[in-house]
Every structure is written in structure tokens, then in C-alpha cells.
Design a protein around this ligand. Structure first.
Ligand SMILES: [Zn+2]
Ligand SMILES: [Zn+2]
Length: 251
């Protein structure tokens, strides 16, 4: 019997206006990075995690202004907690799936291989199991489109629609800090383009678009942050067929 975690989340402050939050008892390969940004007028939370513990309560001591929440896409490891927030944003192509709480589209079913008991080394609450996990539906307040901006007062993040990993996958570019929040579109690990809802051709087109960007820093949806050079090598590797989970040639 696994113990119940005393604290589900952990965070580290990377800059005065940037905190990275993770779910420390979910597998390091599967756990998402949640990014909390602080602008002049509001905070922005990028992704919400699994939704198995009270993230709003955890965040409360870190907040001193209104909070807007955006999910990079609706997969359960990113949008599982979205239902707990009010000022919410998601790409328009995933709004209906989120409203329906589509667990298959969210990759939340244990048989899909991403939400499995083995990924939890402690439990978020007594009696939890992967099979009992419920992906909660939510009516998102703002539907995002490519080119939209999310204004924090002193800076505005730009929405880039980069489908392929999921239909409504986005990245957010912060021009003031020349930083890209890339969600699951690109991170320094095995990219997933063969799960339910993935379209490899769309993924490739998104990678071609990413190749034209040169952000100083990339804060991804999983694993560690990296710079432009690594971004371009990850993109090049993917386009050469070396990084897709469907083609694990370079493992
Ligand atoms: Zn994903
Ligand atoms: Zn993910």
C-alpha cells in the first residue's frame, strides 16, 4: 500500500516573476511543468497538472493579484486541474472536448498507458488509483486562436497554435523576455505523436514553424528548460524522424 503524500506539489522560483511547480509524486517522465508568471496586473498560470490535489490552495500564498489560467492543451497531465479555476483559456479546437470532459482525448484512461498506478510513488489522497481518476469537464471562459495575446499588464504573451501532439496544442511566446512556453509541442525527451488525437503531419508542420523561431529560452511542458540551439536540434531530429515515439530510432 502506497502512502498518501503529505504535500503533492513542489515549486522553485526561477526568477522574481517566474515559478515552476511540479507534482513530485507523479513519475518524473510523466509529470508536467506548471509555470506561474507574475506580470504587473495579473499572474498567469500555464497548465494545471492532474487535478488530483488542490492546486488553487497551494498557489494562494504565491499570489498577490488576479490569476488567469491557460492550458497548453487538454491532456490530463496539463488540464486535469482546469475545472478548479475561473479565468481560464484553452485553444478553440479543444474547448468542446474539455466541456465534455473527454477522458479519451485527454489520454486519461489507464489503458492508454499514460495514467497508470506505477507512475504514482505516493497517493494524492487515500483510496486513489489510476482507474478511479476522473478527468473533470469544464467550461472554459476564453477560446484562444493563433495570434491572440494574453495581457499581464506590462507584457503580453502571444498564442502560437502548433497542432499535431493534440488538435489544440499551443505554445506561448513572451516577447519581453524572449521566452517560449512550449507545452508538449517540444521538450527534451520522447515526443508523443502516435497517441489518440495526434496527427504526425500536423506535428511536422508545427515543427517547421518552430524552426523559424529563435527564443533565448524555452520552458517546456516536461523536463528541463533549454535554449535556442537545443530547440533547433530537437526540431531537426524530429523532422528527420529521429525523435517521434512512433520512430524510436535514436533512443
Ligand atoms: Zn500532451
Ligand atoms: Zn504532457
Amino acid at each position: 500500500m502506497k502512502p498518501v503524500a503529505t504535500e503533492w506539489f513542489q515549486h522553485e522560483r526561477l526568477a522574481p516573476d517566474l515559478i515552476r511547480i511540479t507534482e513530485k509524486h507523479f513519475d518524473p517522465i510523466a509529470r508536467a511543468n506548471l509555470w506561474l508568471l507574475t506580470g504587473r496586473d495579473r499572474h498567469l498560470l500555464i497548465d494545471t497538472g492532474l487535478g488530483v490535489s488542490d492546486l488553487a490552495r497551494y498557489l494562494a500564498p504565491l499570489l498577490d493579484k488576479p490569476l488567469t489560467v491557460v492550458c497548453t492543451h487538454m491532456h490530463f497531465d496539463h488540464a486535469g486541474g482546469l475545472a478548479d479555476f475561473h479565468d481560464t483559456c484553452l485553444h478553440c479546437q479543444e474547448i468542446d472536448l474539455m466541456k465534455q470532459g473527454d477522458a479519451t482525448a485527454a489520454l486519461a484512461l489507464p489503458e492508454q498507458g499514460f495514467n497508470v498506478d506505477g507512475y504514482f510513488d505516493e497517493l494524492p489522497y487515500a483510496g486513489f488509483s489510476a482507474a478511479s481518476y476522473r478527468y473533470r469537464p469544464c467550461v472554459v471562459q476564453r477560446a484562444l486562436n493563433d495570434g491572440d495575446t494574453i495581457d499581464l499588464g506590462d507584457r503580453a504573451l502571444e498564442v502560437l497554435h502548433l497542432p499535431g501532439h493534440s488538435p489544440g496544442s499551443i505554445a506561448l511566446y513572451d516577447p519581453a523576455q524572449d521566452t517560449l512556453y512550449s507545452g508538449d509541442v517540444v521538450y527534451d525527451g520522447e515526443l508523443i505523436d502516435n497517441a489518440h488525437g495526434c496527427v504526425p503531419d500536423h506535428y511536422a508542420a508545427s515543427m517547421v514553424r518552430l524552426a523559424r523561431l529563435a527564443p533565448r529560452l524555452v520552458h517546456p511542458g516536461h523536463y528541463h528548460s533549454f535554449g535556442t540551439e537545443r530547440l533547433h536540434s530537437l526540431v531537426t531530429d524530429y523532422l528527420a524522424g529521429r525523435r517521434a515515439s512512433a520512430c524510436p530510432a535514436s533512443a
